[in-house]
Design a protein around this ligand. Structure first.
Ligand code: MRU
Length: 376
């Protein structure tokens, strides 16, 4: 998508041969600064995922895939046996960076297959080709999600001619969470580009504020009308007919359609059900975990540092209200203990539909399998 009119993906390489470098947008600097950084080693890739310089299910998967390429390049001088031991260690280091999003393990499994039986330059080339394929596929699938989701928004728009369609979203499942386009926001961009009047309610999404810092920034860059709201406002808006639909992304979705997404999503789904507001979850197939059925019991939920709850960061303002750098502030007493679960699970019964690259289906095993019959 575009930043100041110039197209960017969230991860890419530049140069060739030994000089080829891996580049990412540092998402911890947004919205205050648009900063591109280079990742030189698999250790740096692990750190970038763990510390959320990159985040979002699709982008975590693509970054891990490129991390395997860097790991292979670092190990290219080793014998076949040493290479395979080193690669197993690197893949494990990547695997444990974050536990919830399916895309991470999915991308590593693809890379494992791609380099199976190879070492040295052949393995490096194979890992490079597979990482590029994963990134390109991610962008293509998200573009298709946009087309299928646009039809859903169009149908709602047709029921209120001349009026704006109000869409509520939680966290950031835009292009910053993938390689390009996004999942939840891709239909919004497609509808906006097609001339459908849309407006997005952007949940700030405590504690890391991905809505306030990333979704608001993305939508602003694309010119999509939006309003930032505090996390607890959604229920009130739904009671007053001010939300036509909810679209969120997902980090892992079971075969039966239970969806793990950023903490707080479940409460939005409950409010939507109580007010008959359609609640959609958008995801590419790489986010399905077809091996699971019960999301609440089986999806691992990441617990992150309590400091993310206790400390907030943002722009520092001078006495004239102008930005004067960034700052972190503690928002609670110095020794208040905190807990920080990063995701929750919305049960399938609260989900109106899943918007995938293959079309829209119900959140049920039968309907998911009708789109993905090869998983039977
Ligand atoms: O912790 P994050 O920022 O990596 O969380 C992921 C998310 O942004 C959301 O849960 C998102 O809606 C799904 S990721 C496409």
């Amino acid at each position: 998508m575009n930043v100041e009119g110039r197209h960017f993906r969230t991860i890419w390489t530049e140069g060739d041969g030994e000089g080829e470098v891996l580049r990412i947008i540092d998402q911890t600097a947004l919205p205050h600064e648009f900063r591109i950084i280079d990742l030189h080693s698999v250790d740096e890739v692990c750190r970038s995922i763990r510390e959320m310089w990159v985040r979002g299910a699709g982008l975590i998967g693509a970054t891990a895939a490129w991390g395997v390429w860097l790991a292979a390049r670092e190990a290219a001088h080793l014998s076949a046996e040493e290479f395979s031991v080193r690669m197993a260690m690197s893949m494990e280091a990547l695997r444990v960076t974050r536990p919830t999003a399916s895309n991470l393990v999915w991308a590593l499994q693809r890379q494992q297959k791609a380099i199976a039986g190879l070492f040295g330059a052949a393995a490096v080339d194979a890992a490079h080709a597979e990482a590029q394929a994963i990134a390109d596929e991610d962008a293509d699938f998200c573009r298709r999600i946009g087309e299928h989701g646009r039809a859903v928004i169009e149908a709602i728009a047709a029921r209120k001619p001349g009026q704006t369609v109000n869409i509520l979203t939680h966290c950031n499942a835009g292009w910053l969470a993938f390689v390009d386009y996004g999942s939840a926001l891709s239909p919004v961009y497609a509808a906006f580009d097609a001339g459908i009047p849309v407006h997005v309610w952007v949940d700030e999404t405590r504690p890391r504020n991905q809505g306030a810092s990333l979704t608001a920034w993305e939508l602003g860059q694309h010119g999509v009308p939006h309003s930032l709201i505090a996390d607890n406002v959604g229920g009130h808006l739904m009671q007053h007919g001010m939300v036509d639909m909810v679209i969120t992304g997902a980090d892992r979705v079971t075969l039966c359609g239970d969806a793990a997404n950023k903490i707080g999503t479940y409460l939005k789904a409950l409010a939507a059900a109580d007010n008959a507001v359609p609640f959609y979850v958008a995801l590419p197939s790489s986010t399905f975990d077809f091996s699971l059925r019960n999301g609440v019991l089986e999806i691992p939920i990441e617990e992150r540092s309590a400091e993310e709850v206790r400390v907030m960061s943002g722009s520092l303002l001078n006495e004239n209200g102008q930005t004067a750098g960034t700052a972190s502030v503690r928002i609670c007493p110095e020794f208040t203990p905190a807990r920080n679960w990063a995701f929750d699970v919305t049960p399938a019964r609260l989900i109106t539909g899943l918007i995938t690259e293959r079309g829209v289906c119900e959140a049920s095993e039968e309907s998911v399998l009708s789109l993905y019959p090869e998983q039977k």
